[in-house]
Design a protein around this ligand. Structure first.
Ligand SMILES: O=c1[nH]c(=O)c2[nH]c(=O)[nH]c2[nH]1
Length: 301
């Protein structure tokens, strides 16, 4: 005997672009997103008995994304995800949860001759703003985040005092390069529904801006003793900046840059304090994860 333990289905990689035109000023603003919709509910018979009467076609979900993007604002993405999810749980009684993921891509306005250009943009990096919303009839859980923010500092990072045993070759290091691809997310206290999301609208952009600033400022300014400790400080600062946020998590690869001994060539000095040319490594890399929950913050760091 077997039974379905969990099931959800939907449309992934729905790419949407929306332009907003200010007719008075001629200024246009663009948003490009990749959306994923997965529905959950009384759908088991579609798997077990080929019962398509419970299936909202994934093609219908794609169409709905376009229509809702036309009818409603697509920013902040937390609002759009909530509008979209609420539509599915209110329209189809047997759907209990709509999982909506929105990835917003960067289109940064060009500055031409010192002035913001009204309708031209450029992609200034692979960084994205992310939203994962689990929308039910009476509550919405949202996790917002930043992915793909690649950062590097050429000094101001150390790593020493770690376990040394017969497997250890890594030297203690007091000055190293630190580089990572930031994957950070913050989970909001459960919202009671779409009206609660609407009431929180300004907080979503503010938290995103704060998380981004905190990530970069902490990374840049701290003399980092380890990725673990630096990311913990980022988490505590985000929790302090955003009272409506309950959890913060980071997943940071440690992208290694190895020194190269060039002494074999005419005695060139390129290690320790003389190191200038390094070999960036594509793998293996460290991977350091943490989730911090508000109740777990000690009163002092
Ligand atoms: O910041 C670091 N944390 C580690 O756990 C670790 N392990 C390692 O080899 N290098 C580093 N760096």
């Amino acid at each position: 005997m077997s039974s379905i333990a969990s099931a959800r289905y939907g449309k992934d990689n729905v790419r949407v672009y929306k332009v907003e035109r200010d007719e008075k000023t001629g200024v246009q603003t663009v948003t490009e997103m990749t959306v994923c919709v997965l529905l959950e509910g009384d759908i088991a018979t579609s798997y077990t008995h080929a019962d398509n009467s419970v299936v909202v076609a994934t093609d219908t979900m794609k169409n709905t994304v376009y229509v809702k993007a036309k009818e409603h604002p697509v920013t902040p993405p937390e609002l759009f995800a909530s509008i979209l999810g609420t539509h599915f749980v209110e329209t189809y009684p047997h759907i209990t949860t709509a999982h909506i993921n929105v990835i917003t891509h960067r289109w940064t306005r060009m500055t031409i001759d010192g002035k913001p250009h009204p309708h031209s943009f450029y992609r200034d990096g692979a960084e994205t703003r992310t939203v994962e919303a689990a929308v039910q009839k009476d509550k919405i859980d949202i996790k917002s985040g930043i992915k793909g923010l690649l950062v590097l500092k050429s000094t101001g990072s150390q790593f020493h005092g770690f376990v040394r045993d017969e497997y250890t070759t890594l030297p203690e290091v007091y000055d190293r390069i630190l580089s990572t691809d930031v994957d950070c997310a913050w989970g909001w206290k459960t919202l009671a529904g779409l009206d609660a999301v609407k009431a929180a609208i300004p907080k979503f952009d503010q938290a995103w801006a704060d998380a981004r600033t905190i990530t970069m400022k902490t990374f840049a300014e701290e003399d980092s003793p380890s990725v673990q400790n630096t990311m913990y400080k980022m988490c505590t600062s985000i929790l302090a900046a955003a009272p409506e946020v309950d959890t913060v998590d980071y997943s940071l690869p440690n992208k290694h840059y190895f020194e190269i001994d060039l002494s074999w060539h005419k005695g060139l000095k390129n290690t320790g304090k003389d190191a200038e040319v390094y070999a960036p490594q594509s793998g293996p890399n460290g991977l350091i994860n943490v989730t911090l929950a508000r109740s777990q913050i000690p009163s002092k760091l």
